[in-house]
Every structure is written in structure tokens, then in C-alpha cells.
Design a protein around this ligand. Structure first.
Ligand code: 13P
Length: 266
């Protein structure tokens, strides 16, 4: 972490909690966040419960000043049209989102999303004032072949024009594919090396005005017991959490770890 960037902890619920249980989980997360200072919190529920979650968090925020942002897990780059099954940036905004996760490795691997598509989506998100969380990361095969930085920087470069235009409002999430949902976490030093390389690329292409404010999250088997060591790294500005974000106690442990590092723990 770096005092010039507010840590961000985002929970990617994937295809879980699309109904009433999602509302309950979001409210529990909001209660936890109220206890902490200095950490930004985002939840990314499935589309079916997005509007309801955003609305109840907003009502709670009005009453008690809670700060939990809501993210879509994906979106189309067009505003509207004949794209069966898709959701657009204005629709996410309408549902109460301020954030959107783009180019998650599951989208890239299972749904064929390319670097170019992710770049188009990133640009569209920013045009609609959504903060994109652009995911990048190498497969185990690519890591074993020594291609980690080549792959990750290629993915970052594809979105670079949009990242530069965002002037720090966009977020990058480094999620090594082999660490997602496997319990195998990158070592803090390995993760830091990739994060530093991403920041160096931002500096080279966009200068300090982009490299300093842009937050780079780590994702892949983040749990309460490994969060602190990862988040303590200079260029790790938060976490994109999958499995552990489905459990209030575990997500709370990660939030506490982040808050403790910035002196804002309960
Ligand atoms: P896990 O935390 O379950 O490994 O998932 C990480 C992830 O894919 C977040 O987007």
C-alpha cells in the first residue's frame, strides 16, 4: 500500500447470491464497513439483485453514512441494441452501480473475451462515468513458460488509452488465473513484482499523473490470513476477492487487514 492511494477491497460474488441472500450479504458488508476508516469497499452481485442491493445500500447510506459501492460483473460496450442477454453501461448506472468489473479471466477464458473487447468495454464504462476494474493475469502455462510479464503487460497495454483517459479513476486487478479459486495464492513478493511492472508501464505510457493514482488490486485466493502480507506490498492497493467475499466473517477479516494497515481498523 501507499498512503497516496486509498485501499480498495472489492467482493466479486460471481454467480452466487442472486436473490434475497444477496441483499442480506450486502447489508452485512455495509455494517462491517461502518466500523472501518480509510478503506473503500465495493460489492459485485449478480445482475438480478444489483438494483435492489444498490437501493438498500443507498438508503442505509442516507441514514448512517455508509460507504459501499456497487459493481456490475460485466457489461456490453454498446449502449443499447439487439444483444440478447447483455447489459449496458447506462443500464448499470441506472441500477445504481458506480463500478464495473471488466475482462475477468473467467470472461476471457470461458466467454472468449479478447484484449480488444475488454479495451472497448473499458472505454465505454468510462464514457458513462463507471469506474472500471480491469482484470489481467496469466495462466499457469504462461507462468511456467516465463511469460507472466509479457502476457500481463500486453493485457494492460490494450486498455492503456482508456486507462490514461481515466486519470486514476480506473482500477487494474492482477489476478493470476492459477490462483483463482484454487487456494494457491501468489507470494507477496511475486505479486509485488507484477504490480510494480504494471505501475512502471503506466508511468512509461501515461506519466506520474496516471501511475500514482491508479490502484492495482491483487486477486486470487485472498483470505483473512494472507491479506495483510499481500496488502503490505508497496504496489498492492487492495484486493479483488472471490470465494471469501461470500462469507461475511471472511470478507470482514480482509477488510480489517486492510484497515489495520492504514490505521483505520475497528
Ligand atoms: P477467489 O478469491 O475465489 O480465488 O477468486 C478471485 C477472483 O476471481 C475475484 O475476481
Amino acid at each position: 500500500m501507499n498512503p497516496r492511494r486509498i485501499p480498495l477491497i472489492a467482493g466479486n460474488w460471481k454467480m452466487h447470491h442472486g436473490g434475497a441472500s444477496g441483499l442480506d450479504l450486502a447489508l452485512e458488508v455495509a455494517k462491517l464497513s461502518r466500523e472501518l476508516r480509510g478503506v473503500e469497499v465495493v460489492v459485485a452481485p449478480p445482475f438480478t439483485v444489483l438494483a435492489a442491493v444498490a437501493q438498500s445500500l443507498e438508503e442505509l447510506a442516507e441514514q448512517r453514512g455508509l460507504l459501499v459501492g456497487v459493481a456490475g460483473q460485466n457489461m456490453h460496450f454498446e449502449e443499447k441494441g439487439a444483444f440478447t442477454g447483455e447489459v449496458s453501461a447506462p443500464m448499470l448506472v441506472d441500477a445504481g452501480c458506480r463500478w464495473v468489473i471488466l475482462g475477468h479471466s473467467e470472461r476471457r477464458q470461458l466467454f472468449g473475451e479478447t484484449d480488444e473487447l475488454v479495451a472497448r468495454k473499458t472505454k465505454a464504462a468510462l464514457e458513462h462515468k463507471l469506474h472500471p476494474i480491469v482484470c489481467v493475469g496469466e495462466t499457469l502455462e504462461e507462468r511456467t513458460a516465463g511469460k507472466t510479464l509479457e502476457v500481463v503487460l500486453r493485457q494492460v497495454r490494450a486498455a492503456m488509452p482508456a486507462l490514461i483517459s481515466a486519470r486514476g479513476a480506473a482500477v487494474i486487478a492482477y489476478e493470476p488465473v492459477w490462483a483463482i479459486g484454487t487456494g494457491k495464492v501468489a507470494t507477496p513478493a511475486d505479486a509485488q513484482e507484477v504490480h510494480a511492472a504494471i505501475r512502471a508501464e503506466l508511468l512509461k505510457e501515461g506519466g506520474d499523473a496516471i501511475a500514482t493514482p491508479t490502484r492495482i488490486l491483487y486477486g486470487g485466493s485472498v483470505k483473512p490470513d494472507n491479506a495483510r502480507a499481500l496488502l503490505a506490498q508497496t504496489d498492492i492497493d487492495g484486493a479483488l476477492v472471490g470465494g471469501a467475499s461470500l462469507d461475511v466473517a471472511q470478507f470482514g477479516g480482509i477488510l480489517q487487514a486492510a484497515a489495520a494497515l492504514v490505521g483505520g481498523a475497528a
